[in-house]
Design a binder for this molecule. Sequence first.
Ligand code: ZN
Length: 311
Amino acid sequence: MAESVQIREVGMRDGLQSIAEIMPTETKLAWLDAEYAAGVREIEVSSFVPPKLLPQLADAEAVVKHALTLPGLTVSALIPNSRGAERGLALGVHEMNFVLSVSEGHNLSNVRRSTEESVADFRRVVELCREQGGANRPRVNCGLATSFGCTIEGDVDEDRVRRIANEVAAAGADGIILADTVGYGNPAAIGRVFRRVIADIAPVPVAAHFHDTRGLGLANVLAAFAAGCKAFDASLGGLGGCPYAPGATGNIVLEDTVFMFESMGLETGIDLEKLAAAREIVHRALPEVMLYGAIAKAGLPRNFHPVAQAA
Ligand code: ZN
């Protein structure tokens, strides 16, 4: 059997949250269905933030309910706090992603709490899920934002990333997501930090969440993979540029990430030709929004063989 990697679509949350024009719920459901048909089996479908803070994701409940009808799909949602965790528990999502920033300045400006206070909040979220979730409780991951640099503080100390990853694992995280939130990471730093954190907290899995802001997205993916990471966040068409910063791209491009791994003989389970249908849905719904990706532009090379077909 071919070795495989796991790719999670985060465009419906991370991509859409930076776009002002509200995507209708039916379009989100059509997008979900098209990605499911293409073989995507893990999707962060929304965020349980207060609807008035983020009108784009005010339909979180409806999107989650629909996603839960798709067999074999891991339905994932971002939770900012215990209140969000309660909404996720009530709906029965499979996976919740709490986020805190390793950079003190970034965490203070985002949630007006120190990083240590947010680690304590995460501990309470884990306890809440253990108490109320029973045997079928969702997996609770912790995302460590700004792990590779911060727009406020610049460099982020690698030992600090490691220490907080260990604290969060000790608090009961089912998984950790090391995030290069603003695209400051480089392959050398990413290789070092992933290798250390994976060794420290095994068997708790460590996933990668990278933005392609400065063009190093796929190089960083490869560095994390070489360091032992097997799970990667990506968004269709790299959705998620900041509307106020022209040229600032969003997450790493889902299609290109799938292409890279499949070309290397690593199975993703995702069909690139079917993924094009999902891209068309997003493009038609948000014609003003820039979609990225080399494969969408150039097409698949003649010698491309998806792993599933070669096996
Ligand atoms: Zn992100």
